[in-house]
Design a protein around this ligand. Structure first.
Ligand code: SF4
Length: 394
């Protein structure tokens, strides 16, 4: 078994490789392999895997990519991620990726799919609508049709239609992936000092750009390491981070939150990799229906889903309770409509429930965290010093 530090370093190198080298090597190793890039938040990666492809998560350039050309495609008053994705594309870092999926999350992502089409980036560009109707016979059927459409694009490239067994095998691999990631979060809930949230982030993000089989092996080894009583507890409160599901905070900011006195015991940074709660049925005669069923019945709350019968403020409150967290940090990318429109809904509800929170905005390329660190540190101190006071600092 490899050392924990070595495993984490490997993951970090994969996670921030803007050339997607691992995916390129995987594709070149065998004929008819297909790479399909997907944007945040969520995409059913199982179907790409079953069709002889590899899904590749594209989460922007963070603070590793200087934006020069990408700015020309967008006005100043929108978020940063589409600019850095354009910069990566225009610098030809994604030439080996065959097609691109843009999940329906907001107008910015929708428009980015149009820019990709206009610039003729990739062999196909698919804007994928996710159902907002949660009736299996309506939203479920619609979602299956969307997945069939994606499979049709892949078949046009490699001629392959996945069998039921292949789809079920892929589902079981991703079930394993999600359960290993959840094991890490369960350990951190109780012993957050065993693995920093920065390490967890690198580990989970690596899984979006390497084959799932390899990621599962890495996760298995990491889970073995953190079963041991490693690290030293520190005097920090526990928090849940919410709102950072699309444009990713830089690694420095993720680290700064914990350094300022908050163990992050749950978050939505890499929400897509954790979107489905529990297993998808891997023995169905209709695997696409099983994936649709899981999306309708087992998906995590998110700002891209409007489920009026299952209010997201109650769901976030349950996460806070289940994780034993002391409060919530609402972290939104600047100009991120879905996150910023949801924030007041959460905050109004939490005022009534007595759940403490703070809120700030970031951009993927900021690397000055002094003000945020002070805000987070004050939040932590206020909870440690006045535990029974439910005063909200926002
Ligand atoms: S950061 Fe927000 S506004 Fe920007 S693309 Fe993502 S969801 Fe849309």
């Amino acid at each position: 078994m490899k050392e924990l530090n070595e495993l984490i370093e490997t993951c970090k190198n994969y996670a921030f490789d803007l050339n997607f080298t691992k995916a390129k090597e995987w594709k070149e190793a065998k004929k008819d392999r297909v790479l399909v890039g997907y944007m945040p938040i969520y995409f059913p990666r199982e179907i790409i895997h079953a069709a002889g492809g590899m899904p590749v998560g594209i989460f922007g350039g963070g603070d590793n990519k200087q934006i020069i050309k990408g700015d020309a495609y967008y006005q100043s008053y929108i978020c940063h991620i589409p600019r850095s994705i354009m910069e990566i594309a225009l610098d030809k870092h994604m030439e080996h990726i065959d097609g691109f999926i843009f999940p329906s999350i907001c107008d910015v992502i929708r428009n980015l799919s149009g820019v990709f089409k206009q610039q003729k980036i990739g062999k196909f560009v698919k804007y994928m609508d996710f159902p907002q109707n949660f009736l299996p016979e309506i939203g479920g059927v619609f979602y299956q049709q969307e997945m069939e459409h994606v499979l049709k694009y892949i078949k046009e490239i490699n001629g392959k239609t996945p069998s039921t067994d292949e789809l079920n095998h892929s589902i079981s691999l991703y079930n394993r992936n999600r359960s290993l990631i959840e094991f890490i979060y369960k350990i951190r809930q109780e012993f957050p000092w065993r693995l920093s949230i920065e390490d967890v982030y690198n580990i989970v993000r690596a899984g979006t750009v390497i084959p799932v089989e390899e990621h599962n092996s890495i996760l298995e080894e990491i889970c073995e390491h953190i079963k041991e009583n490693i690290g030293m507890p520190q005097d920090k409160i526990k928090v849940v981070v919410s709102g950072a599901f699309c444009e990713q905070p830089s690694l420095g900011l993720i680290r700064a939150i914990e350094e300022a006195g908050c163990y992050v015991v749950d978050d939505d940074y890499m929400l897509g990799s954790r979107m489905i709660l529990g297993d998808i049925d891997a023995s169905s005669n209709n695997p696409l229906e099983a994936i649709a069923h899981a999306y309708i019945n087992q998906s995590q709350y998110s700002s891209s889903i409007y489920d009026v019968h299952n209010p997201k403020e109650n769901r976030l409150a349950k996460i806070v309770k289940d994780r034993g967290a002391d409060g919530v940090i609402f972290a939104s990318a600047s100009f991120c409509d879905p996150s910023l429109l949801d924030a007041p809904i959460f905050q109004n509800a939490f005022d009534k429930m007595g759940i403490r929170y703070i809120a700030f905005q970031y951009s993927e390329n900021i690397n000055q965290y002094k003000v945020i660190k002070e805000q987070v540190g004050t939040f932590s101190d206020s909870i440690k010093l006045w535990e029974d006071d439910t005063t909200v600092l926002a």
